[in-house]
Design a protein around this ligand. Structure first.
Ligand SMILES: Cc1cc2nc3c(=O)[nH]c(=O)nc-3n(C[C@H](O)[C@H](O)[C@H](O)COP(=O)(O)OP(=O)(O)OC[C@H]3O[C@@H](n4cnc5c(N)ncnc54)[C@H](O)[C@@H]3O)c2cc1C
Length: 397
């Protein structure tokens, strides 16, 4: 199995000044995508193609891909800074953030020829790998109970089943699928028997693959995906058959750090928006921000955000050193999601009725940041992780 360090070696050379430079450049890019751009996309539930194209062109979605495969290999601190700045600007990187990290499974566990074949085209943006098929309607959080099967038949796998909440499937060329290749009853360890398979959706659509959009509370390109005897070349199996669950877990820590960075960005946006508003808004002949009842929730959310940001930075730092970050990644995700939600509530409350008006963007960001209490992992499951793996308490489920 490939080691974690191989895709992080360059990253440690990225200086604080480099990260600052990236932040400034992302801020400049995001200035071309102001609130009314995101508001329109949200209202019409359309994909922010122009924004994704601009990020791709600037190379920001390929910062985790090593230079030898066409990326910049800048590492997770750079990736975190990019996502944080997008969210701090009022935007939302959910339309494309997975293009940054789903490829990690190929990078860490793919064969040399798979890496050569896919990574350069993912790095250039020619191919979009931003659909990740794990969650199913019946298994939910209990990933090991998923029912989608991939059965070997000659040189193919034949796939049957269903995924739900597969984000961006309609805006992706490839999907990384987690499916059962060995029945649950025939495996030694309960974590065995699941495999990661790369599906070329351009070939699969209409040939056993169907995608149905889900109308949701936020503009997230959510879909349901159905597999009906879909044939996929067996050479698209990533890593060893039966070890897919482990590969997915490997990638989840990076994903948690990146999502946590988005939450930190959101929290800063809410705090700035709220602070500016309460200084301006006059009620009873004085700014509402003069009232401690208005100040304190904003100040408290600022404290939570600064503390969470330290944990995110620590998780990213350790990740780049190749250390194991299960604890830090989970803490970072939970604390950052809590901080962004606290800031969202403070901001909405500070705006009074105007918080509900679309033109302020508060209600949109409030809906968007609420997601992170549930996805990609719910707060309860993080608490269960901390209880079991950090505090050594009995497993609760
Ligand atoms: C907008 C959006 C985008 C998403 N994108 C993707 C994607 O691209 N790919 C993908 O695979 N999935 C995706 N998901 C799915 C997401 O990861 C799941 O919704 C999430 O993991 C929770 O699973 P569930 O919805 O089935 O909830 P359930 O598993 O049904 O859980 C419901 C509630 O019960 C709680 N709960 C369940 N079991 C326990 C327990 N043992 N102890 C305590 N509490 C428990 C949970 O914390 C949760 O609050 C997305 C979801 C959304 C909403």
């Amino acid at each position: 199995m490939a080691t974690f360090t191989e895709d992080r070696s360059d990253a440690q050379n990225v200086s604080v000044a480099d990260i600052e430079h990236i932040r400034n450049a992302v801020q400049a890019l995001c200035a071309s995508f102001p609130g009314d751009y995101w508001r329109e996309k949200d209202r019409t539930k359309t994909y922010p193609t122009e924004f994704v194209d601009a990020l791709t062109k600037a190379g920001y979605l390929a910062v985790l891909i090593p230079e030898e495969f066409g990326g910049s290999g800048l590492g997770i601190r750079a990736a975190s800074a990019i996502l944080e700045e997008i969210h701090k600007s009022g935007g939302n990187s959910a339309a494309c953030h997975a293009q940054m990290y789903i490829m990690g499974t190929i990078l860490r566990h793919g064969s040399p020829s798979q890496k050569e074949k896919w990574l350069p085209m993912i790095a250039s943006g020619e191919l979009r790998l931003q659909a990740f098929g794990v969650t199913e309607p019946t298994s939910g959080t209990d990933t090991l109970s998923l029912r989608t099967t991939a059965v070997r038949d000659g040189d193919d796998y034949v796939i049957n089943g269903q995924k739900v909440w597969t984000s961006r499937a309609e805006h992706s060329d490839l999907m990384l699928l987690l499916a059962r290749t060995t029945p649950k009853d025939n495996v030694e360890k309960r974590t065995d028997g699941l495999s990661t398979i790369l599906i070329d959706m351009r070939e699969a659509l209409g040939n056993g693959l169907t995608i149905k959009p889900i109308r949701a509370m936020i503009n997230h390109s959510s879909t349901e995906v159905f597999f009906d005897n879909l044939r996929v070349p067996a050479e698209n199996l990533i890593g060893e058959e039966g070890k897919g669950f482990r590969y997915i877990l490997d990638g989840m820590n990076a994903e948690r750090v990146l999502i946590a960075s988005e939450c930190i960005g959101d929290a800063h946006w809410f705090i700035e928006k709220a602070t500016n508003y309460v200084k301006e808004r006059q009620v009873f002949g004085r700014p509402i921000g003069q009232n401690q009842g208005v100040q304190f929730p904003i100040a408290r959310s600022y404290a939570s955000t600064e503390a969470a940001a330290l944990m995110v930075a620590e998780a990213a730092r350790k990740y780049e050193l190749g250390e194991s970050i299960g604890k830090e990644a989970n803490l970072a995700k939970m604390l950052a999601a809590d901080a962004s939600w606290e800031a969202a509530e403070a901001c909405l409350q500070a705006h009074g009725g105007f918080g509900f008006a679309e033109e302020y963007d508060v209600e949109r960001k409030w809906r968007e940041t609420r997601l992170y209490q549930i996805a990609p992992i719910s707060t309860n499951m993080i608490l269960a992780y901390i209880a079991e793996h950090v505090l050594d308490l009995p497993r609760s489920y």
